[in-house]
Every structure is written in C-alpha cells, then in structure tokens.
Design a protein around this ligand. Structure first.
Ligand code: ATP
Length: 531
C-alpha cells in the first residue's frame, strides 16, 4: 500500500527522525520545520542529485551561492515589493486570517461567511540591518534565490567568459510569510529552493523552454517520481506572474492534496536582466520594466559574431527541496503484509478500533472537523482491515486523536500485530537513501562478530564514503524492519561463517533476498547497485 495521507508520512518522519517541528520544546513555530538525523541525509542526497544532473553532467552550467540578505533595491526592481502579494481576508466571527484563494468563501475554522474584502498582503519578511532601526534600515529575507543569480549575472559572465546559452544554478534558503502554512512540508515559511537561471539568445527561448521541461521531467523520473504522477500545467495568461512570458507548472499527485505544484518552469524573457540594468533605453528590452536610476550595471551580453549587445532571455526551472522531499517519500512509501494475521488477531484490532471510533464520535473535546477526519480514516481502515491495519498509527497522529483515552488501548492491541505481520518500507532510490548499508553481528556479545561488523562499518563509512550504521540492539528480523522503514537498501550480517571465510550475508531491501559474498567485495557490490 503506498502512502495514503500526508499524516502518514509526517508520522513516519517524526518517529524515525526525518523531520521535527521547529522549536518543539516551546510549542513550535508555525510553518517551520527542522530536518533530523535521517532528514538531513535525504535532503542532502536530493540536493546532490540535482546538482550532479544540472551542473556536473552538463557543460553549460556554473554554480553560485548568493547571500540571503541583499540590498533592498533588488526587491524594488525585481517587482517583489509591489507584486509579491497574496490576497488576505479576515473572518469577522472568529478573527481567523486566511488566503482568499485557498478558501471557498467560508472560514475553514468556524464556517462563517462573514469575511472582509480581500486585501494584498506582501509575503516578504523584513529584518533590521545595523544598530539603528529606523524606517530605512531594513532588508528583506529573500523570497526566492533567483534574484541573487540575476544580480551576479555580470560577475559570473566576466569571471568565466561563458558564451550563450549558459546557466547558473543555486540551492538555498527562501522565506515567505505564507498566510496559512499547512500540509506539513508542502507550504512552509522557510524552505530551500533549487533554481536554475538559464540565459539564452532572444528568439531561442521557446525552444529552450521545451528542452528544460523534458530535462526536468527526466530528473524527476531519475529520483523515483514518475512522469505518470506529474501533470504539466500550462499556466493561462491571466495567471502568470508579473515576469513571466509563459510558465509550465509541474503538478505532482500528493497524497491528501491531489495535484499541486512541485516545480515551476518559467520563461522570463529579458524582464529580470532588463529590470536591474541602467541605461535601459539603449538596451532594446522587450519586457515592460520600471525605470531604473539606481543600478550601476548594464546586464547585457556581447554577441561577437553579430557585433551587437543583447539582453539575454531567461528560462527558470525552480523546485522546492521540501516539496521534492515529500514527493520522494510519498513515492517510496510502502506498507506490506509479510504474513496474513490470524482471524482472532484481526478481530481484536477491529473491536478496539470500533470502541475508539465510538469514543471519538461522542467526544466534546474534538471539533466537528477533527471528529470527521478521524472517523473517516477509521472507516476507511475498517473497510480493508487486513491491508490497512498499519494506518491506525497515522490515524492516531491526526489532530486531536491523542486526546481520546481508548486510543492507548487501540495502539497497544495494534502495535504487536503490525510488528509481527507487516513491514513499512521506503523503496528509495539507493543514491537517495539516508543510510546505504546497515551492519549487524549475529550475536552482540561475541567479540569476534562485533569486531568484524564494526570493522566493516568503519571501512564502508570512512574509507568508501558511504553512510553506514552498526546496530546490535535487537534480533536480526527486527533490525531488518527498522532499516526497511528508513529505506536502507542493504543490510549486512556477520555470522560465524564470516569469521571462518570472510564472507557475509547481504540482504536486499526490496526483494528481501539474501546473498553471501566476500566482505572485501562489499563496497563494489553496493556501489554497482546504488547508481
Ligand atoms: P504556490 O503557488 O504553491 O504558492 P509558487 O508558484 O508561489 O507556489 P514559485 O514562486 O514558483 O512557487 O516557487 C518555486 C518553487 O518553490 C515551487 O514550485 C515550490 O516547490 C517551492 N515553494 C514555493 N513556495 C513554497 C512554500 N511556501 N513552501 C514550500 N515550498 C515552496
């Protein structure tokens, strides 16, 4: 069973240390998350995969890491001060604040239709710069990484002597004061973007826009997000951002949310380089730009063969790391029944689930929305209990679900059945897996086994640069399950035969098959299967 809901992924992420709510110990901060021990590995692997494909595997790209804080004039001429707004409405009944285009004329909290007129709300965060905080001493936290690339176009061009077409790639933090952050990592206030600004000759932009669309879809496929799960949305003219000539939004079919944007591929014409240039009147700019008397640069390019200066056009593929992380997890997630549970065990779980559901329906502590969400999930689980039984844990993670006393009993009855008959497995592409290899000694109190297993761990992690863990805290079957749940593609067991002939067993996460190989061949074995 693939992931049924965002909650299911969130529950796994918290339990196994992928993602934690920020400043959890003080009740958190809405729309901000921390990447835990496994999350940081998966995130870095995603970013590295993106960088490898988009920078190293091409010969027309450079990298950049621009600062988060920039001169505020950047945001004036980029158009963000004026137009980076979302429509904000207030509910007069409960004082809730909402993004008008995300609600259907009704307050999602209290259901009232008594809402104010929508007014523009600028999403850029401000911070004070320097010791004197007056009305002029502020800077914005960048809401996109793109402007750092445009502002450095001249620097990169003159320091690398690149010829068109070429691109600049950057991965970095962006901040948006979203009115209603929600849906776990999907809409947050602090996130990372992986962005490319690809500079082309005017007139070749349409062709490059198509090429980038293809190239990006191929990358998504390579990290386990298939084309069949992505719809290409050709944004209609009246929905385009102020800089865009044409935009393809890649919409991924997220659990719970359905098709939502995972990446935008915009054709930005000469808007950005033109906007940030001086002497615009002599540059033959086609986009509509504001007059710029502040810039000291002309961001154009000398087209030697034709002896003319042009302002390059830009294609911008821009993807969010968090939305990518969520899609990768969602594609990889699987709950498998390893053995059919006996009828009496299923009956015991069903009875506890029925009692819990009754208690939820009667509870005054829960809001009607919370009750509906929990009962809806309980019904879906009951309809196919033997297949969906492991989803009880994520149902118990829904808002309010924990406040129902009999939830503890339900968890107590369910957990041993899950442990015995099911496994959760992340079928992550090996190059993305947070841990590549886990090594276990067959017995944890045998010096020879422990020492050989620890030696293998050190060898793979330190000498072969593969994230490898050693674990001896349970029976082998349990250790396998633990690694399956975090997507470790290979588990190595050191047993008594290993001490005699220097072989080990290696178990494949997806097929659960084991092979015996020489320990000296481990590195090569894993490498060949991790590309
Ligand atoms: P949306 O319409 O969903 O708000 P957007 O069109 O404003 O997104 P872009 O400005 O095109 O988004 O940003 C590029 C990418 O950055 C998006 O495709 C998405 O992956 C990511 N992104 C944007 N806003 C957020 C956010 N608040 N939280 C997480 N990721 C985001």
């Amino acid at each position: 069973m693939p992931a049924a809901s965002i909650e299911q992924l969130a529950s796994l992420c918290k339990r196994r240390g992928f993602i934690f709510p920020s400043s959890d110990i003080y009740g958190g901060l809405q729309g901000v998350f921390d990447y835990g021990p496994l999350g940081v590995e998966l995130k870095n692997n995603i970013i590295n995969a993106w960088w490898r494909t988009n920078v190293y595997a091409r010969d027309d790209m450079e990298g950049l890491d621009a600062a988060i804080l920039m001169n505020k004039l950047v945001w004036k001429y980029s158009g963000h001060e004026e137009t980076f707004n979302d429509p904000l409405v207030d509910c007069r009944a409960c004082k809730g604040r909402w993004r008008a285009d995300h609600i259907k004329g009704k307050c999602p909290s209290c259901g009232s239709s008594d809402l104010t007129e929508a007014r523009p709300f600028n999403m850029m965060f401000k911070t004070a710069v320097g010791p004197v905080a007056d009305s002029d001493s502020f800077a914005y936290l960048r809401p996109e990484t793109a402007q750092g690339i445009f502002a450095n176009f001249g620097n990169v061009l003159s320091s690398t002597s690149r010829k068109l077409p070429f691109g600049i790639a950057q991965v970095g933090k962006a901040f948006r004061n979203e009115i209603n952050p929600r849906n776990f990592l999907f809409r947050v206030r602090e996130f990372e973007q992986m962005e490319i600004e690809f500079f082309v000759m005017p007139g070749t932009d349409e062709e490059w826009h198509e090429k980038w669309l293809e190239s990006r879809l191929a990358w998504w496929e390579s990290i386990g997000v298939p084309r069949s799960k992505i719809q290409i949305y050709d944004v209609p003219k009246d929905g385009l951002a102020h800089y865009s000539k044409r935009t393809y939004d890649l919409m991924y079919d997220y659990p719970t949310l359905g098709y939502e944007e995972i990446e935008g591929i915009a054709s930005r014409s000469d808007y950005d380089l033109g906007s940030h240039s001086r002497d615009q009147e002599n540059l033959n700019i086609s986009a509509k730009v504001s007059v710029n008397r502040d810039s000291v640069a002309k961001l154009n390019y000398y087209d030697q063969p034709n002896n003319r200066h042009v302002v390059p056009y830009v294609i911008e593929p821009s993807a969010g790391v968090g939305r990518c992380f969520l899609a990768v997890l969602s594609e990889a997630y699987d709950e498998q029944m390893v053995k059919e549970p006996s009828a009496d065990k299923l009956e015991a779980v069903q009875a506890a689930l029925d009692t819990y559901k009754k208690s939820v329906s009667r509870s005054e502590k829960l809001s009607p929305e919370q009750r509906d969400a929990i009962v809806g999930q309980a019904d879906a689980i009951s309809a196919e209990l033997s297949v969906r039984l492991p989803q009880i844990e994520s149902m118990l993670a829904l808002p309010g679900a924990d406040s129902i006393e009999v939830g503890k009993k339900l968890r107590g009855v369910t957990q041993p059945v899950v442990d015995e008959f099911y496994r959760t497995v992340l079928h992550l592409k090996p190059h993305l897996a947070p841990v590549k290899v886990a090594v276990f000694p067959l017995k944890r109190n045998h010096d020879g086994l422990v020492s050989m297993a620890k030696g293998i761990r050190t060898d793979l992690q330190i000498n072969a640069d593969m994230r490898t863990v050693y674990d001896d805290t349970g029976a082998i079957g349990k250790l396998y399950r633990r690694q399956d749940e975090i997507g470790t593609p290979f588990c190595v067991t050191v047993d008594f035969q290993s001490l005699e002939d220097q072989t080990v067993t290696i178990r494949d996460r997806d097929t659960m098959q084991q092979e015996r190989i020489k320990s000296s061949e481990l590195e090569q074995y894993v490498r060949e299967r991790s590309r």
